[in-house]
Design a binder for this molecule. Structure first.
Ligand SMILES: [Mg+2]
Length: 143
């Protein structure tokens, strides 16, 4: 339904593969990473990524650390965090670092799909506002 480009970051490879297949069926372009380091490389190589699905608990870099790196290097990318009970406090903290929202694991496909669509919509709205502001500035200078 949408041509969104998303990156799924989770150390549970089965979860990543299943969700990726299902999102691709909805016409999304899905990139995958199984840890934070790989996620940052994929983002650097693919400026078209709009939304990142980010697991909180992964070996190596913690999800909360990866979230901060993403928001610093790619502030316009929306991040949806995936959290278990143990990492809910991290996910709540993540909202303060600019995450779009978080989903409790195990999360269903429909829930994830819906949340991605909301994130894409917000991102497009932000980009529209930024463009309007730029056009407004240009118009001001021309008067
Ligand atoms: Mg995990």
């Amino acid at each position: 339904m949408t041509d969104a480009t998303v990156l799924i970051v989770d150390d549970e490879t089965g979860f990543v593969e299943t969700m990726a297949k299902r999102l691709e069926k909805r016409n999304m372009t899905v990139l995958k990473a199984f840890d934070g380091e790989a996620a940052m490389r994929v983002l650097a190589d693919n400026p078209g990524v709009q939304v990142v699905i980010l697991d909180m608990k992964m070996p190596g870099k913690d999800g909360l650390v990866v979230l901060q790196e993403i928001k610093e290097a790619h502030p316009l990318v929306e991040v949806i965090m995936l959290t278990g009970h143990a990492t809910v406090p991290s996910a709540v903290e993540g909202m303060q670092f600019g995450a779009f929202d978080y989903l409790m694991k195990p999360c269903g496909f429909d829930e994830l799909n819906q949340k991605i669509l909301e994130a894409v919509e917000l991102k497009e709205q932000h980009e529209g506002e930024a463009l309007e502001a730029r056009l407004g500035n240009i118009a001001q200078r021309m008067i």
